[in-house]
Design a binder for this molecule. Structure first.
Ligand code: BGC
Ligand code: NOJ
Length: 806
């Protein structure tokens, strides 16, 4: 069953009912000001940091699930309705929500009135624009009252949700004309405020939530709206909101339009005040004036569309598979830009108050958006490397506002450092820019500790070399990619964090997954060394890679698949000898990608085993059989009910690893099959089972052992997005950036047919046609046959015509 449809021409998903199984959301904003918005206009906004600069309030675990956010009401006689269905929840005559690239629109009708709402964040400014257009399609004159509404969050989202003894006394506002300024805590240490305005004179306003709603009422039935009034209240303490009311008379066929603006302003500390207690509104007024007309709104909207047109022209495929085209050209690339902005911080499932930017998460996200915004990727790599410790290990997370490592969680996740090599190598493959390696980059953000980025990579690699266990395999530390495999934790008490309880290191527990990573990224590091002329270092690292490869072949292979780990007692994890958790997905993907045991056919066997034990209708499960009891020596993984999360769900992030792995061993059938199984567009028809958005990946899809098999959870913020981009665009369709230039190496099934890709790369445009005529002729560049897969780059050449014959 579907709840809408893809509109590829407009790059939108059109949702045709407010009653999706879960809120289906979108993201607004590119840099600084961000908003989350659902298909009933719920959600929240923040500036840079969802914890420290929350602008509007949102309640997780609410009833109904998704209420609050952007509140618009139309009072028409005795009927009050909302174009986004919520908050009023009045049945509509028609409803439509379209999520597009950085914007969301609603188009609804009730009793002959049509209302369109458009939401987006204009490029380069710290505000969200809302336009409400109303048209009278009836034969009578309509006297309407329009209401806007948002609820302020008192900035620090944690305090806002728990420190009521203080924060219910601190709310402060100013109202000037149609603009409501939120200035809580500005009187003391803050030098920022927010405002909500509309480009017309208003008939009234309210900022006191209790007055607006009336005693005992909720957002669906504010007393002021019901009575067609506003109280012109200026709240002091309690719950400050901002609501405007506008009376409008529409003749039959008449249309009116209003631009609302929700803005955020920072003022230099010495210019905070206009006069005693009165905030300096100059910068706000400038911003307000910039967007106070339909023309300005439309120009900013067009600029946003142009921005996305340009981004999405960097990689564009045309194949006969409509779903592949749609996901590659639109939604995969869109999702990686969202993960670039959010990491795992703010979604409908991540509150934005817990985790900041994850080290491994952000490094992997980079793999997906590298081609889109390489300059910003460069900055991100430096930010991430700056939280690394001198010994090569690293903080696990940092807070985006401060860019400092997060002390609460600390370090000790032994896969982390290697991901820095992965993303830096990808950056150089994309751009050819090796100057990044010279960039002076501090350790732990300590001024004066700067060393070239290359030294950070070196220490990352050496960290693994210097931290191996009894089998010569890398020690796991607190956990590797699988945060729930806590082999040194041994927690017995509820409430203890599996990730931070217990020692961060143990001398025995080893990870075969990190071994796979080391072999793959050790080689990539050695390639970089060669590329920049460090031949001896390249040789010595390749020798280290060989050692880990040999150790993995000897101690990390279980006969039919790769082992997962050795626990703190030296017992095997993920072996046929185990009662539960006999086989895990991660090492099958990574060790095969790394080419471990290639000559012995390990990869093909490992992938066959995945198909035998882990594959289901919607993807490949993370392990089997699921743990049915808690294992203190394994940690959080065994805490989940069977079939959920890391205990046997499809943890989608690692599925593309296996698809890439299949391409490494030349198995095009498996590669494409794995890609399709969990790809959201391919699951659209079973949206009632899948439940999350059909345009983006979710973190997990419950496995066969789960009560709700097939149900997805935690949509949007997952490393799956980045890895899928790598998988489909590079490994399967075969357009691969390398240190030396662009390489064409497709791994597609016969059925997939011919296809073309336009790729912009290092300042040139490549028109690539892959032709399956059975000739096996390979690469032809501008009419001339070329040996191998690499397109020879010609200095100054701007366009290449490329054919690849299979
Ligand atoms: C989740 C993991 C996540 C970890 C880190 C666990 O509860 O299952 O997926 O990586 O928390 O916060
Ligand atoms: C989600 C976390 O964000 C990520 O870092 C981790 O690798 C996966 N869960 C698997 O546990």
């Amino acid at each position: 069953m579907k709840y809408g449809f893809f509109d590829d021409a407009n790059r939108e998903y059109c949702i045709t009912t407010p009653f999706t199984p879960l809120p289906w959301i979108n993201y607004l904003g590119n840099d600084g000001f961000f908003g989350l918005i659902s298909n009933t206009a719920g959600g929240y906004c923040f500036y840079r940091d969802a914890k420290l600069r929350r602008i509007t309030r949102y309640r997780y675990n609410n009833i109904p699930n998704d209420i609050g956010g952007r509140l618009y009401y139309i009072k028409d006689g005795n009927t009050v309705w909302s174009p986004a269905y919520r908050p009023a929840e009045t049945e509509l005559d028609s409803y439509e929500c379209r999520h597009g690239m950085g914007y969301t629109t609603f188009n609804s009708t009730k009793d002959g009135v049509n209302a369109k709402l458009t939401f987006f964040v204009p490029l380069g400014d710290a505000c969200e624009l809302h336009r409400l257009e109303v048209v009278n399609n009836s034969n009578e004159t309509k006297d309407l009252t329009l209401y806007s509404g948002i609820e302020w969050c008192l900035w620090n989202a944690v305090d806002d949700s728990q420190n009521y003894q203080r924060n219910l006394s601190i709310g402060e506002l100013e109202v000037i004309g149609s603009t409501i300024y939120h200035k809580t805590e500005y009187r003391e240490r803050r030098n920022h405020y927010a405002f909500f305005t509309v480009n017309t004179e208003v008939d009234g306003f309210d900022t006191d939530r209790d007055v607006f709603l009336g005693a005992g009422r909720a957002w669906n039935k504010p007393v002021q709206v019901e009575n067609g009034k506003s109280g012109n209240t200026v709240a002091s303490g309690w719950y400050p909101i901002a609501s405007h009311s506008i009376k409008v008379t529409l003749a039959p066929g008449e249309k009116k339009s209003y631009v609302f603006q929700l803005g955020y302003i920072e003022v230099p500390r010495d210019q905070k005040w206009e006069s005693k207690g009165i905030i300096n509104k100059k910068p706000a007024v400038e911003l307000i004036n910039k967007y106070n007309s339909d023309a300005a709104f439309e120009a900013a909207f067009k600029a946003l569309k142009d921005y996305w047109d340009n981004l999405l022209s960097i990689y564009h495929v045309e194949s006969k598979d409509e779903k592949v085209n749609r996901m590659v050209n639109i939604w995969h690339q869109y999702q990686v830009m969202v993960t670039f902005n959010m990491s795992r911080s703010a979604s409908y499932w991540e509150t934005g108050i817990g985790r900041g930017m994850g080290f491994r998460d952000s490094c992997q996200d980079l793999l997906g958006f590298m081609h889109l915004i390489p300059e910003r990727a460069r900055d991100r790599i430096i930010d991430i490397a700056s939280i690394q410790f001198e010994n090569g290990s690293t903080y696990h997370q940092y807070q985006p506002l401060t860019k400092r490592g997060n002390a609460d969680i600390g370090g000790g996740f032994n896969d982390d450092p290697l991901w820095l090599v992965a993303c830096t190598a990808a950056y150089i493959r994309e751009t050819g820019d090796t100057t990044i390696l010279d960039h002076p980059t501090p350790f732990n953000n300590v001024e004066g500790s700067e060393k070239p980025l290359m030294e950070h990579l070196r220490r990352s690699i050496n960290f693994t070399i210097n931290n191996k266990g009894p089998h010569g395999l890398p020690l796991i530390g607190r956990a590797d990619w699988n945060d729930c495999l806590n082999l040194n934790c041994f927690s017995e008490e509820p409430g203890e964090s599996f990730q931070t309880f217990g020692p961060s290191e143990g001398p025995v527990a080893e990870s075969v997954f990190i071994a796979g990573m080391f072999v793959k990224y050790g080689k990539e590091y050695a390639d970089i060394c060669d590329y920049v002329g460090l031949k001896d270092e390249a040789d010595s690292i390749r020798a280290e890679v060989e050692k880990v490869k040999t150790a993995t072949e000897e101690f990390g292979w279980d006969g039919e698949w790769f082992l997962r780990a050795y626990d703190a007692y030296g017992n095997k994890v993920g072996s046929n000898e185990c009662e539960e958790g006999k086989i895990f997905i991660e090492p099958q993907g990574f060790c095969t990608m790394a080419g471990i045991g290639q000559e012995k056919g390990f990869g093909a066997k490992a992938l066959d085993s995945l198909y035998k034990y882990l594959v289901n209708d919607y993807g490949i499960e993370i392990l089997a059989p699921c743990y049915t009891t808690y294992h203190v020596e394994l940690g959080e993984i065994s805490s989940y009910p069977p079939g959920y999360k890391e205990n046997g769900a499809i943890f989608t992030h690692n599925n593309p690893w296996c698809s890439v792995a299949a391409t490494v061993i030349g198995d095009a059938e498996k590669a494409f099959d794995i890609y399709k199984r969990s790809c959201p567009a391919f699951l659209e028809d079973v949206s009632e089972i899948h439940r999350t958005e059909p345009y983006v990946y979710s973190q997990m899809i419950a496995g066969r052992a789960a009560v709700h098999y097939g149900e997805a959870k935690n949509s949007f913020l997952t490393g799956t997005a980045a890895w899928v981009v790598v998988d489909i665009t590079q490994a399967i369709l075969g357009v691969q950036p390398t240190l030396q230039g662009l390489s064409i190496k497709p791994c597609v099934t016969k059925d997939f047919g011919n296809y073309s890709v336009v790729r912009k790369y290092r300042g040139a445009k490549y028109d690539i046609n892959v032709i399956q005529d059975g000739s096996g002729k390979g690469l032809v560049v501008d009419g001339a046959a070329v040996e191998g897969n690499l397109i020879p780059a010609v200095e100054g050449k701007k366009e290449y015509k490329v054919e690849f014959y299979i």
